[in-house]
Write a protein that binds this ligand. Structure first.
Ligand code: SF4
Length: 313
């Protein structure tokens, strides 16, 4: 694994996501190396080819001080936009144990304490290390990405990520610690269309952790993602390859949407944003980066006089 230290000019970045006004990515690259990862495009910012995804991490060593200054500017402007860590890296990948950049950023937020929504999205139980800080951020929430309950499949697609079973446990542990939790089911693996039982097991497993709401997102098969994914799938039976190739059709999505609606109701889970997310191949934006007009962003920013708000439960 190549690790390089870099300095960032900015870390609090306006987001195109439908559910976050700003994103913070303390690292560029991600050692977890998921085969379906849409973030592989970020390699171009550090001159890394797409096929190197998962083999390098650039740590933005000044991220905490830069963030602190940027947050101060937001505070002076009386704004408390929602912030997501992270959109194109995993803020709790192994290297975080050494650099503690994510923890440092959370400590800045906890010190205020920051009144806006602070959402963590990760595949790593390392987030449990920071429960003490998260408790001091009034509107903090933690999401774990879980795409399957099958650890073998998880290891195949999410190469160096903690196993799905471990992530489910982490969600339950966070919930038990009193942290607000959610799950991100994305990408929605295409084989679920033909295996309702497995999809049922996934939602049942999520509900058992105490999660009450989930994001669900269809797989993104933009060309640069296919380039990596097809490489590993070509060793698989043709039938499996076909299932993945069909996954960008409307028919496929509608079939899965109907299953999702039934299963969410069955397990008492709320669908965040009220829809299964999808980013079509013709879109200029990447997965999870659907463009949000600046006007809408402004509408969703909280204008507050004081940064002292009660903890959201
Ligand atoms: S953990 Fe997230 S950012 Fe990292 S490789 Fe997997 S999908 Fe990409």
């Amino acid at each position: 694994m190549k690790v390089k230290e870099i300095e960032a000019k900015t870390v609090l970045v306006r987001s195109k996501l439908p559910d976050a006004d700003y994103v913070v990515n303390p690292y560029t690259g991600c050692e977890l190396g998921c085969q379906y990862c849409y973030a592989s495009f970020t390699g171009r910012f550090v001159s890394e080819p797409i096929n190197n995804w998962g083999r390098y991490v650039y740590a933005k060593v000044n991220a905490v001080s830069v963030f602190k200054a940027e947050l101060e500017r937001a505070r002076k402007a009386g704004r408390a936009p929602s912030i997501l860590l992270s959109s194109v890296t995993d803020a709790y990948q192994g290297i975080e144990k050494k650099y503690r950049l994510t923890r440092g950023i959370l400590e800045v937020l906890a010190r205020e304490p920051y009144p806006g929504v602070v959402s963590i999205l990760t595949k790593s139980p390392l987030v449990l290390r920071d429960v003490d800080v998260l408790r001091r951020i009034p509107r903090a929430e933690v999401g774990l990405t879980i795409t399957t309950t099958n650890d073998r499949l998880s290891r195949f697609l999410e190469v160096r990520a903690p196993l799905a079973s471990r992530r489910l446990r982490a969600l339950a542990e966070l919930h038990a610690e009193g942290i607000r939790t959610y799950a991100f089911v994305g990408p929605l693996l295409p084989h679920f269309r033909y295996d309702r039982e497995a999809l049922d097991a996934l939602f049942a497993g999520l509900a058992q952790t105490g999660v009450d709401s989930v994001f669900v997102e269809h797989i993104n098969l933009r060309p640069y993602i296919k380039q990596r994914l097809w490489q590993i799938l070509k060793a698989e039976p043709l039938a499996i390859q076909e299932v993945y190739r069909d996954a960008s059709t409307v028919e496929h999505r509608l079939a899965l949407d109907a299953m999702i609606a039934e299963l969410l109701e069955q397990h008492g889970l709320k669908l965040r944003l009220n829809r299964v997310l999808y980013h079509d191949e013709g879109s200029p934006d990447t997965l999870g980066e659907r463009r949000v007009q600046d006007d809408n962003v402004q509408d969703r920013e909280l204008n507050v006089r004081s940064w002292k708000l009660p903890r959201r439960t």
